[in-house]
Structures are given as C-alpha cells and as structure tokens.
Design a protein. Structure first.
Length: 208
C-alpha cells in the first residue's frame, strides 16, 4: 500500500506525517538555538522518535524558535481522521502502542475498520482489551501497611472521600519539614521554627 503524507496540523509547510506513523521534516530554513534563533538550511529527512514512560512514541517539533513534544498517534489522527465529536483520546485497536497505521483508500478516504487507530473517550480507552487485566497484574500482591490502613480508617470517619485527604502524625510533619530542600543547610531561630510548626499543623490533619 502506498504511503500517504499529509501536513502536521499547526506545522504546515514544516513537517508532514504519514498514514504509517512516520514524521518527516521538510526541506527549508529552520531556527537553531534556544536563545538566538539562527536559521540554517535543512534537507528533508525522516525524524526519529523516542518512547515516553508509558511506551508511546513521541518527538519534538519546532516552529519560530519554539519547541513542543507531541505523541505521534495524535499527529496521525489529527491529520487523517476528523474528530467531529471532539473525543479526547486515541485508542490502538491491537494494543500495540507503536502501530499508528491508518488505512487510506485509493480515492483518499480513510477506512476506519482497517485502521489501527480510533478516536475515543477515557472510559472506552480504559475498558478496552486487556487494559484492566494489566492494571490488576501490576497491583497484584501489593498490600497497605497496618499504619496506613489505620490512617485511612481515621480519615474515613469524618470524610466522605478519604482517599483525597492526607493524615499525618505530628512527628511525620516534623521529619518531612526537616528534609525539604529549601530547609537544608539553614539555621532557624526557635521563634521561626515554632511559626513553621504551627503553620504545618494547620495545613495538615493531625493524628495524636
């Protein structure tokens, strides 16, 4: 099947993306350098990408001296597939995060049934395929400590959403404050320490 190229949305005339998930920089003059934008001539070339912490390929594009990071599957979808419902996410049907293929018919139309990408919402994306199973495997064997369970229990008594509230002992607050980078190497007067201690006690829930 022939590889089809289309302009990257927002970077027309600078970059193009293909229905196979490749991105190329077009020949032209580009700004080089972060502070002083010095333009130099660059030949057309296929750009390399890296994987983020979730395993999705992304790369950096530049325009007028400003750079931004973009997920390749979103560049492909924005260029080839309309999103009239304004769905926020993209799903990989075969669950291969590097397979960003879009099937384009000879007349230029897109066949969504044969494509590997589709627009979707968060609920659909989270419930798709083996997503839940993978999360369950990653959490298998993890147990909360007895102390953590006690804190959550105490928090639950006065809060309908205990997981959104942190409960610390006074000793934990003092220990945490003593290791913050802004406090390292500094000597505080007793008066200043007492003010900081009182401020910390007001910000956090205290278990005594």
């Amino acid at each position: 099947m022939e590889e089809i190229w289309k302009p990257v949305v927002g970077y027309e005339g600078l970059y193009e993306v293909s229905n196979y998930g490749k991105v190329k920089r077009l020949e032209g003059y580009y700004c080089c350098g972060w502070r002083n934008c010095q333009k130099r001539h660059v030949e057309e070339c296929i750009m390399s990408f890296v994987l983020n912490h979730k395993g999705y390929p992304f790369l950096r594009l530049s325009k007028n001296g400003k750079r931004g990071s973009y997920l390749i599957h979103r560049l492909v979808m924005e260029a080839f597939v309309p999103n009239p419902l304004n769905l926020p996410q993209v799903n990989h049907k075969d669950e291969n995060k590097t397979n960003n293929f879009i099937f384009v018919n000879p007349d230029g139309s897109v066949d969504l049934e044969k494509s590997n990408l589709e627009w979707c919402d968060n609920k659909y994306n989270c419930n798709y395929g083996s997503h839940k199973e993978n999360i369950s495997k990653s959490n298998k064997g993890r147990k909360l400590s007895e102390e953590t369970c006690k804190k959550l229990s105490e928090c639950k008594k006065g809060d309908k959403n205990p997981m959104w509230r942190h409960v610390f002992t006074e000793e934990e607050i003092e220990k945490h404050r003593g290791h913050t980078p802004w406090n390292k190497g500094k000597h505080w007067s007793d008066e200043a320490k007492e003010k900081m201690r009182q401020s910390a006690l007001r910000r956090y829930s205290i278990v005594k």
